[in-house]
Design a protein around this ligand. Structure first.
Ligand SMILES: NC(=O)c1ccc[n+]([C@@H]2O[C@H](COP(=O)([O-])OP(=O)(O)OC[C@H]3O[C@@H](n4cnc5c(N)ncnc54)[C@H](OP(=O)(O)O)[C@@H]3O)[C@@H](O)[C@H]2O)c1
Length: 263
């Protein structure tokens, strides 16, 4: 993929080898973007790139990269420069959660979650936002969660990472709006992806009792909100209701319910 002045805009999507990231890739491809897809699995990235090339006739570059590793954003930035690619849209979607009591879960895995969900997301956001601000245009979508709106016993670190994503993204949105750069947080609730398996949530009460959305609906609603210039999008009415009502429920009542849902 070569860059040229008359070419289509470039969208960089992390965690694009499946789930919500893959669905965002189709949304952005349909909206006229060339794509740079990043995740660890070379094979899955190439599968997504193949579907996009065949069905949508859009140029796609797959860059397999572990974004939880130290200097991951720096290395990705160097690779983009080498390929002379400067994203017009960044979708920070890669992330994972872990269910269990924080003190019982592996410390290293929880710190790696912070590296992926917070550290790399922040670094990619800041690097891209700086050049978008200089150019006077562009946009960033950071995938947060309804978890951003409340503490989450039995997934304590994950919920805290998403609180960071929501807070950081909304604040940045206000800073960058006057410079023509749109920044949006997208908060899904339970969504049918591989997230549940990796988080060990498959048999949880949460999934048995809450409505589960498709990743396609999440990406469609999230991208539409971004295009409308929204600062924060919560996908679907039940998720909006949960996130907003959490503000008014005493924590002494709310926290045991969340703990139970995630047991
Ligand atoms: N599903 C839900 O219920 C739900 C709800 C709220 C928020 N979210 C958020 O939505 C986002 C997408 O999750 P999903 O539901 O689509 O889950 P998913 O299907 O597990 O997708 C996660 C994506 O992130 C990539 N990824 C994971 N670790 C990575 C690493 N170290 N380096 C680079 N890429 C990595 C995965 O690809 P590889 O494995 O190939 O690296 C995959 O493409 C996450 O931020 C998640 O927190 C999900």
């Amino acid at each position: 993929m070569a860059e040229g002045p008359a070419k289509q805009p470039v969208a960089l999507i992390t965690g694009a080898s499946g789930g919500i990231g893959e669905a965002f890739a189709y949304e952005l491809a349909r909206d006229g973007h060339r794509l740079v897809l990043v995740a660890r699995s070379d094979e899955e990235l190439n599968r997504v790139a193949g579907v996009i090339a065949t069905k949508l006739d859009v140029e796609t570059v797959a860059i397999p990269h572990d974004l939880a590793k130290p200097h991951a954003a720096d290395q990705l930035d160097a690779e983009l420069r080498r390929r002379r690619l400067s994203p017009d849209v960044l979708v920070n979607n890669a992330g994972y959660g872990l269910r269990g009591e924080a003190v019982e879960l592996d410390v290293h895995e929880q710190l790696e979650m912070i590296d992926l969900n917070i550290r790399t997301l922040t670094e990619l956001t800041l690097r891209c936002a700086r050049s978008m601000k200089q150019r006077g245009g562009g946009g960033i979508i950071n995938v947060s969660s309804t978890a951003a709106y409340m503490p989450g016993p039995n997934m304590a670190v994950y919920y805290a990472t998403k609180a960071f994503v929501g807070s950081f993204t909304e604040a940045l949105s206000v800073e960058l709006k006057p410079h023509g750069v749109q920044v949006t947080s997208v908060a899904p609730g339970p969504t049918a992806t591989d997230f549940q398996r990796r988080a060990d949530l498959d048999d949880s009460l949460l999934l048995k009792t809450q409505p589960v959305m498709s990743p396609e609906d999440v990406a469609r609603i999230g991208y539409a909100g971004f295009k409308k210039g929204r600062r924060a999008v919560i996908t679907g009415f039940p998720n909006k209701f949960l996130a907003h009502s959490a503000k008014f429920i005493p924590r002494s009542v709310l926290l045991p319910i969340i703990k139970r849902l995630q047991s």
